[in-house]
Write a protein that binds this ligand. Sequence first.
Ligand code: BEZ
Length: 237
Amino acid sequence: METTNQALSLPRIGEKAPSFKAVTTQGEINFPEQYAGSWVILFSHPADFTPVCTSEFMTFASMEDQFAKANCKLVGLSVDGLYSHIAWLRTIKEKIEYKGMKNIEVKFPLIEDITMEVANKYGMMQPGESNTKAVRAVFIIDSKGIIRAIIYYPLSLGRNFDELYRALIAMQTADAFSIATPADWRPGDEVIVPTAGSCGVAKERMEKKQEDVHCYDWFFCTKKLDKEKVLSTILKK
Ligand code: BEZ
């Protein structure tokens, strides 16, 4: 592993997703502008025709409809060229059967980035890990083009796509109901109500014992939020 002190551009949570135009397996894209109104997960993988990436693409592609129901589109990227992408995705569809998944067609765009322009813009090249391959980066971007979550994994570690889905639904739920979600939250679990702004309000909340609110202490209050209410609000019919 080689390390350098080369300056890296790292977009941050709360910032507008950096714009770019790119060639993909589904034609040219204008990112993130053409995704306005949808959430989008932009993710990088180290290389085509590698095993961890293959397992990830099969898993993500098999969940594409699930993400689409949550108004979220997927966009992949590696620093390989378009013909490599096309050949790899064809091989996956025609030859690979893995964990019950077979005949998997990757319908979402996979960006070719041989110049590493996009990878550099998004801090996907991390020389301590590799000078020639993007790390496994994930950017969850909301319907207004704002970066809401960033996750980085090293080359050897395949991602957990259930967690990406959980994070997406949790952020959408937080937006829709003005709440926060506790550790390991899933729809149907209790949610965290905003901390009362002043001691007086907090004391009142503790003393009043609002029916649907449970306070562990003045700074930590939760309430029930029905699973059906969450899912019917977040998911497309
Ligand atoms: C993989 O996807 O299997 C992989 C890619 C690059 C380095 C190590 C593993």
